[in-house]
Structure formats: C-alpha cells, structure tokens
Design a protein around this ligand. Structure first.
Ligand code: HEM
Length: 415
C-alpha cells in the first residue's frame, strides 16, 4: 500500500492504468482505507476547513450501500465534491440540490426532474442531432485539432445553454467559467493557489448573474425554455426561488458539461486504442450503441467519486463509521470491481449486463441527466462515424489534474 495516497494530488496525475492497479490493491483490503486530508494552506487561509481525514469506499457493494442509505451517509454537511469543507459564501453558489438531503432535496428534485425524463429527452433528440451535425461540419474544414475544444466540449454546452435559454454569444463564456470551477486545482485554469477561492466564487457570481438576467427577461415574456418552466409555479404550486434557480443553473452547467465532455473525449481515445472495438461498433452502429455508451461511462468513470458525511455510528465494509466521518464513494473503483464485472480492465462495447455506477448508484442523488448524457453520447458517435469515419486521436490525452473529475483537457485528433 506504500505510495498509494488518495489524498495526494500527485496520485491523480499518475497514468490511468497505474491508478486502476492501485484501486485493485485497495479492494483487496479487509476494510476501507483512511487518509489524512490534503493540506493546501492557501485554501485554508480562504476559509476551507480540513477535518480528521477521509475514508475511501472502493468496493462496489460498499459504494452501493452508502448510496442507498442517505440518512446515514448524508450530502448536506459540507461539499460532495471534495474533502475540504468550503466557507459559507461558497454554498451561496454551489449549495444546490446535490448538497442537500430530503426533504429539501426531494422538493427541488421534484420540480426540476420534469425537465429531464426520458420522454422529454426523446422530444429534443432532433435538436441534439442538429447541434452535433453542425459542430462536426464546422470542424471538418480544419482537418483536425483539439477534439475537446472543437467537438466534445461543444455539444453538452450547447444543449444545456439552449435548454436554459442562454443566448448563443454567451456560450463560450459559460464554457470558460465551468472549466474554471471544475479545474480550479489545475494550474492551466487557476495558476495561483491563493486565487482558487476568489476565482471560483467570481465564476459562480458571473453564472448566477447570467441566469438572473435571463429570469428577469422571462418574467415579462416567458419562452419555451427551462428557465421559464422552473420559474413558473406548476400544478402543485411549486417553483424555484431566484437563489435556487441560480445554484441549480451552476450545478447543471458543471454537472452536465464537464462529465459528458470527458466521456466523449475518453470515448474517442478508447476507440483509437481499441481499433477492434471501433470496427465492431462501426459495423452495426445502432445494434452496439446502447452497450457501447454504457461501457464508455463505466470504463472512463468521468466522475471519480462523490463524498458523503456520516450521521451516526454505522458498520460498513468491516469498519464502524462515526458521526462526522467523511467518506468518498469511489465510482472509478466500483466500476472495476472484479466481483461484479468479468475482466473489468477490458474495454468491451458488448458488455451486458453492465450495472456500472458511473452515474452514481441507485439512491436519491442518481444522476438527473443520465438520459440526456446517453443521448448526447449516442448522437455524437453516430454522426462522427458517419461524417468523419477516419477520425482518431493522434496523441495521448492531456489530462486534467483533479481527484474528482477524470478529465481530458486536450486531445489532438485527425481525420
Ligand atoms: C457522462 C455524463 C455524466 C456522468 C458520468 C454523470 C455523473 C453523475 C454522478 C456520479 C452524480 C452523483 C450521483 C450520486 O451522488 O448518487 C450525478 C448527479 C447529477 N447529475 Fe450527472 N452525470 C453526467 C451527465 C449529466 C448531465 C448531462 C446532466 C444535466 C444536464 C447532469 C446533471 C446532474 C445533476 C443535476 C445531478 C445531481 C442530482 C441530485 O443531487 O439529485 N449530469 N451525475
């Protein structure tokens, strides 16, 4: 176990195969490992609080059980995206439903989930198709370049912005701000550690202001977009307050963009490195699409973990947790658990069943955008195979330095 320290950012910069091997070793332990929390004095100076450390749930069964028991493994004490608990002004912007427990969480989820059912997503499929075609056709004359900036990052951004009604000339700015929020520990986005707190708060404020402006316009003149729907009371008289709308928008931007973009980029990288899987998928796109998309999400696990905080004594995985313990649910490890998946390190687009936890495990916080993400991935690879059948990654991915998101910042490609 020497040399495996999940709290050390250096661990997350290691090659993905090494990371996977480290988690395989951790899964062989008879209890969840514990690590001291990362020390970033600049963030503590800004009000982030370090605690007594973090436990890692690395086995599938443990991650699933913690997700099923939100009354014990709760989401409302601190952040779910890290271990250092943020200062209160952060929660102004990032205190959305993902950091709530029922009944507050259930109320918000009820209001917003109407916009994300499989039926609603099926209705916007035409718009997703048209957006993907335009993105690819805009890219074609360039003959290649950075797949993330030109293709993978564009579709989820456009779909969420269009859903919310954000005007097109603001889409690039939304992209920059969401990069900054998720990539704040990567020097490409925030070079000075002392600037992390202020930059992330400023990004939150700018996004919130954007949706406030939109909301003000829609109050006078409602349109056929999510902002109008969320502001209007529904039959049960439930609607979002202005503050809730602001933090929900920020959650959607971050949760919907970064994840799907990374899944798409990992997809191209994986298909380049596994030409036999690519040939198989291209031989009958529709037949393999459902399982291929799930396998990309399992294999890439774009969200590495979510955190929970323990509310009372509870025994899980050979350990008795105590009130206040911080527990990280490592989806990346659960998704390679050899007791659930045959040959878990093999990328197999025909894998079925594939009960991966890439969108979270069954529980109240299961990914709200899972249908949308699956649809975007399917449409993007369908159009890529159709329009740029030669496309491949030409260099190893340039990865994001992050313990939370398995991100690809840049991926050179050619066709
Ligand atoms: C491949 C793409 C995606 C992945 C891997 C992913 C993954 C996740 C994960 C792991 C969670 C937490 C689950 C839990 O705590 O139990 C989550 C929650 C969430 N996701 Fe996604 N997601 C993706 C795409 C999207 C999209 C496209 C949207 C919306 C447009 C979205 C919106 C959300 C929201 C709002 C939550 C919070 C739900 C709640 O707290 O009730 N996600 N997602």
């Amino acid at each position: 176990m020497d040399g495996i320290d999940l709290a050390d950012l250096g661990f997350w910069a290691r090659p993905l195969e090494e990371r996977a091997a480290a988690f395989a070793a951790l899964r062989r332990l008879d209890r969840p490992p514990h690590y001291a929390e990362v020390e970033i004095p600049e963030m503590e100076a800004f009000g982030f609080r370090r605690g007594d450390g973090q436990y890692a749930l690395v086995k599938y069964a443990d991650v699933a059980e913690a997700s099923r028991r939100p009354e014990v493994f709760c989401s409302s004490r601190g952040t779910v995206a890290g271990t250092l608990d943020p200062p209160p002004e952060f929660m102004e912007y990032f205190g959305s439903m993902i950091t709530m427990d029922d009944p507050r969480h259930a109320r918000l989820r009820r209001i917003v989930s109407r916009a994300f059912t499989a039926g609603v997503i099926a209705r916007i499929t035409g718009a997703i198709d048209a957006a993907a075609v335009r993105i690819i056709e805009d890219f074609r004359p360039k003959g290649g370049g950075d797949f993330v900036a030109e293709v993978a990052g564009r579709l989820p951004l456009k779909i969420i912005c269009d859903l919310m009604g954000v005007p097109e000339d603001k889409h690039d700015r939304v992209f920059e701000l969401s990069n900054l929020i998720v990539g704040s520990l990567d020097p490409e986005y925030v070079p000075d550690l002392a600037e992390i707190g202020p930059s992330v708060i400023a990004a939150g404020e700018e996004l919130r202001q954007m949706v406030y402006d939109l909301a003000a316009e829609r109050a006078d003149k409602p349109e056929d977009d999510l902002t109008s729907v969320l502001m209007a009371a529904n039959v049960e008289g439930e609607s979002l307050t202005g503050k809730e709308l602001g933090s929900f928008f920020i959650l959607l931007i971050v949760a919907g963009n970064e994840t799907t973009r990374n899944a798409t980029a990992h997809g191209l990288d994986l298909l380049t490195r596994h030409p036999e899987q690519r040939a198989l998928w291209m031989s009958d796109f529709e037949r393999y699409a459902p399982t291929a998309v799930e396998e990309i999400v399992r294999y890439a696990s774009p969200v590495t973990f979510m955190r929970r905080t323990v509310t009372r004594d509870y025994e899980l995985g050979g350990h008795t947790f105590k009130d206040g313990d911080k527990v990280l649910l490592y989806y990346c490890s659960a998704n390679r658990d050899e007791t659930v998946f045959t040959d878990p390190d093999t990328f197999d687009i025909t894998r079925d069943p594939n009960p991966h936890l890439g969108f979270g495990a069954p529980g109240p916080h299961f990914c709200l955008g899972a249908h949308l993400a699956r649809q975007e991935l399917t449409v993007m690879f369908r159009e890529l195979f159709r329009r740029l059948p030669e496309i491949r990654a030409t260099a190893p991915p340039e990865r994001l330095t992050s313990a939370f998101i398995n991100g690809i910042k840049h991926l050179e490609c050619a066709f």
